[in-house]
Design a protein around this ligand. Structure first.
Ligand code: PGA
Length: 251
């Protein structure tokens, strides 16, 4: 049985003080929910205060990126050890904004993923097609390439603990959500590719989040689909009450 995982991706929003204030307000709203793993992913400078504010609660903290090297001349990047030191448990890898604006590729996703696994961070690996790719009938081949490149060389054991986030790029921040049926079709396809790459037992263990305009009004319907195991949420995770509602509806 896969446990639902819902993560808030705050992107470049919220200072450390704002993150702390959010978590103080948010914790009581989700206290007692144990059927959903709840994760918040603030900016790097807010990680320590977020971990402190969430301590002892069912709210876990993750980062939005990780570099593969242990240290060195990589201006603007951050290593696994540096992230671990803050006390976080999760990390987002290969978000479409990183791919689009910062040149990330399936190869760098794979390198970052290996660094996260070596540090025992739970990776949320993002994949997803552009609008023109969906309209051109290329969704499956795009996802196939992203999965085979990003997850190359990963062991079955490690794969079972990796979270895959399917985020159709055309649905991110646009208010356009994939219909639950459309999302489910794609999630089932992703699990089929994972079965081919690894095996059925491993693929059954992998949690696949949906991302792209998930909100309180659609989280229940999306998470009710057989192969949708949670969400990666941007805009609707920025306000404590609405994010708590989204999670509660998905329970
Ligand atoms: P959105 O973003 O929920 O604002 O569409 C999702 C994401 O980019 O992870």
């Amino acid at each position: 049985m896969r446990k639902t995982i819902i993560a808030g991706n705050w992107k470049m929003n919220k200072t450390a003080a704002e993150a702390k204030a959010f978590i103080e307000e948010f914790k009581p709203l989700v206290a007692g929910i144990d059927s959903v793993e709840i994760v918040l992913c603030p900016v790097f400078t807010a990680l320590t205060s977020a971990v402190e504010a969430a301590a002892g609660s069912n709210v876990k903290i993750g980062a939005q990126n990780i570099h593969w090297a242990e240290n060195g001349a990589y201006t603007g990047e951050i290593s696994a050890a540096m992230l671990k030191e803050t006390g976080i448990d999760y990390v987002i890898i290969g978000h479409s904004e990183r791919r689009q604006y910062f040149g990330e590729t399936d190869e760098t996703v794979n390198q970052r993923l290996n660094a996260a696994l070596a540090a025992d961070l739970i990776p949320m690996v993002c994949i997803g097609e552009l609008l023109e790719e969906r309209e051109g009938g290329k969704t499956e081949s795009v996802l196939d390439t992203q999965l085979k490149g990003g997850l190359a060389g990963i062991s079955k054991d490690d794969m079972a603990g990796i979270v895959v986030a399917y985020e159709p790029v055309w649905a991110i921040g646009t208010g356009k959500t994939a219909t639950p049926e459309m999302a489910e079709d794609t999630h089932a396809y992703i699990r089929k590719v994972l079965t081919e790459m690894f095996d059925a037992e491993t693929a059954e263990k992998v949690r696949i989040q949906y991302g792209g305009s998930m909100k309180g009004a659609n989280s229940a319907e999306l998470v009710a689909q057989a192969d949708i195991d949670g969400g990666l949420v941007g805009g609707a995770a920025l306000e404590p009450a609405s994010f708590a509602e989204l999670i509660t509806n998905a329970c």
